[in-house]
Design a binder for this molecule. Structure first.
Ligand code: 5HY
Length: 248
């Protein structure tokens, strides 16, 4: 089976971290194809970045589906463009936030998401609410820029550790969810260090995508995720007219 993993920001080095984490948990018969969006923000921090990252994400998912991917993963903890991608694509699309929260809910009553910047805090809280986890999940921000995770000398990992320690102490968290795709390579060592389950959304999404493919399940096209109606788009987004992106 082939699973497409899309990094909706435009930083290829972060895609490398994401791809390695995905391959480290994928089953032997899963081919992971990890791609970087070709347009949009170098990192996604807040609503504006998120909105402008969606067109590039949709282009990569459409291309991946045409190339034979059987499922797609959105490797950004904001589950950027998840609903639009599920409407456009005919293959299942998994967001790493939803995937991580559902895995956490299987192994802990209370858990805390530790995300990056303070402006990412509210969007992630809204997802926790949307996914029905508000009673069990807390959200914290380690106050680190997303791309600082790429720089070992930035002190980002230390700040992340500090926030995890506070989550265990103050939230009485029983598990930790890493709130950024760029943290995917830190899960195993943090789990060893803190002695509680530490969930990386990229890995969680790979296993759920594999399950959907194995079960022969895909997004329902009845209702909310029906393919978009064909209509002209104007201006800079003309080429995004429904059917045009998928047909390119
Ligand atoms: C992510 N941003 O996973 C999110 C994390 C965040 O570029 N990749 C990003 O802070 O929202």
């Amino acid at each position: 089976m082939q699973i497409l993993v899309v990094n909706p920001n435009t930083t290829a080095s972060m895609t490398a971290t994401i791809g390695a984490a995905a391959r480290s948990v994928a089953s032997a018969w899963t081919e992971v194809v990890a791609v970087t969006s070709s347009m949009g923000p170098v990192s996604i921090e807040g609503y504006y970045d998120e909105a402008l990252a969606v067109p590039g994400l949709l282009v990569e998912i459409a291309a991946g589906e045409r190339a034979g991917a059987q499922a797609a993963i959105i490797a950004c903890f904001d589950d950027t463009g998840l609903d639009a991608a599920r409407a456009m694509a005919n293959i299942p699309v998994v967001g790493i936030c939803e995937a991580a929260l559902s895995i956490a809910s299987l192994i802990a009553q209370r858990f805390t998401v530790v995300t990056t910047t303070k402006r990412s805090w509210v969007p992630v809280e809204a997802l926790v609410q949307r996914y029905g986890m508000a009673g069990r999940a807390r959200v914290r921000a380690a106050d680190i820029p997303v791309l600082a995770l790429e720089d070992p000398a930035s002190g980002a990992a230390e700040k992340l550790r500090g926030e995890i320690a506070r989550a265990l102490d103050e939230d009485r968290a029983e598990a930790i969810v890493l709130g950024c795709a760029g943290m995917a390579d830190l899960a195993a060592e943090l789990q060893r260090e803190f002695g509680v389950p530490v969930i990386d959304g990229v890995g969680a999404a790979v296993k759920q995508a594999e399950a959907l493919i194995a079960l022969g399940l895909s997004t329902s096209k009845r209702g909310a995720y029906a393919n978009p109606l064909a209509k002209p788009y104007r201006g800079a987004l003309e080429s995004f007219a429904p059917g045009a992106v998928a047909a390119e």
